[in-house]
Design a protein around this ligand. Structure first.
Ligand code: NDP
Length: 350
């Protein structure tokens, strides 16, 4: 049981990110004081939306510069915090040239740095870490070895590596490290939020988040010729943000929490958008046969190994613990996808 003083500042790392921005907004709406870290305060475009929130909630939001790879860079921002929400970690799955440098080091070293600072900051009582279902499973084919092809918080990704699904590997090693560190002491506890693919409106005009990029590509017709028949878990960014806040303040909450509303084939996401928008967007209408994915996939960053292990493979994800332990209610995915498209239209980003 951990009780957080609602008056103490809450540190949110990676504050300008897609998910973190919603976490910050909910905390501010709730009257909390937030210390947000960003890599470079001079990158105005990245924090424009947060500056608006700062004006809307005077004296509640303070910015700090911090980089995952710089030891001690989180010290100042963490001062006086009882709750630390660590979201910062690189999230991209294509265009990777050096997985060790671009993904593994920031994820792992960053988690070490932040938690080392937690160990040195006596006010901290709880850390909520944004992990991922990528730390639970690597490829969909892994589901053949779990009961009913269904993953729960008991499972760990044991198949990803530097060369196979390196992003998933980065999330797995970072979360494992976090549990190792927390288990060496008893002043603070650790909860993890493990979302599947996060969709839904962004608070900023940034286009570099993988989730935003996926939705833009979908709406702009990048998948028009067809999509691989790959099952994916989807969840709303607002549900994910709320889960972080609930995890922070529910005294009795504990452990890992899968955040995933529903598993759908990729085409299912397009079907939901089509049901609302009809022919307004050039959405895919069918699955590509697997042999074709083998053939043309490499041009889109899908290598043979990915196709073999993910296309036409089963996948189920059990989210019941998030409902039980956090009291979370999931909003329908139709709202998630449509609100996301509406935000992109309203901001003239498609
Ligand atoms: P974003 O790309 O929007 O956010 C990533 C954040 O990490 C950014 O704020 C970025 O900072 C920060 N970051 C990256 N590298 C560094 C670094 N070296 N030092 C400091 N900060 C760094 O993506 P999301 O909001 O989607 O991702 C947030 C978290 O959620 C990540 O941990 C990701 O793995 C996890 N996640 C995301 C899912 C999704 O579908 N979106 C699913 C499951 C988990 P900056 O603003 O300066 O660029």
């Amino acid at each position: 049981m951990v009780s957080i003083n609602p008056k103490s500042p809450i540190l949110v790392t990676g504050g300008a990110g897609y998910i973190a921005s919603w976490i910050i907004r909910y905390l501010l709406e709730d009257g909390k004081t937030v210390h947000a870290t960003v890599r470079k305060l001079s990158e105005h475009g990245k924090i424009e939306h947060l500056l608006d929130l700062q004006k809307q909630y005077p004296n509640q939001l303070k910015f700090f510069e911090a980089d995952l790879l710089q030891a001690r860079s989180f010290h100042e921002a963490m001062k006086g915090a009882e709750l630390v929400i660590h979201t910062a970690s690189p999230f991209f799955i294509s265009g990777i040239k050096d997985a060790q440098k671009q993904l593994i080091e920031p994820a792992l070293e960053g988690t070490r740095n932040v938690l080392q600072t937690v160990n040195e900051t006596s006010s901290v009582k709880r850390v909520v870490l944004t992990s991922s279902v990528a730390a639970i499973l690597g490829d969909n084919i892994d589901s053949l070895s779990v009961p009913n092809h269904t993953f729960t918080e008991e499972h760990w990704n044991t198949t990803s590596s530097l060369t196979n699904q390196p992003y998933s590997y980065s999330k797995t090693v970072a979360e494992r490290e976090a549990w190792e560190i927390v288990n060496k002491q008893n002043r603070w506890d650790l909860l993890t939020i493990n979302p599947s693919f996060v969709m839904g409106p962004s608070l900023s005009k940034r286009l570099d988040a993988t989730s935003v990029d996926f939705m833009r590509n979908m709406l702009k017709g990048a998948f028009r010729p067809g999509v691989p028949n790959t099952r994916m878990g989807f969840v709303d960014v607002r549900d994910v943000a709320k889960a972080h806040v609930l995890a922070g303040f529910r005294a009795e909450a504990k452990g890992r929490h899968i955040l995933s509303n529903q598993v759908l084939p990729m085409l299912g996401a397009a079907d939901i958008l089509r049901a609302h928008y009809g022919k307004r967007f050039p959405l895919p209408t069918g699955n590509l046969p697997k042999f074709l994915v083998y053939l043309i996939g490499p041009f889109f960053g899908l290598n043979w190994s990915y196709t073999e292990k993910n296309v036409d493979q089963p996948l189920e994800i059990d989210h019941s613990y998030s409902v039980k332990d956090l009291g979370l209610e999931y909003r329908p995915l139709s709202e998630t996808f449509v609100d996301h498209a509406e935000q992109l239209l309203a901001m003239k980003l498609i």
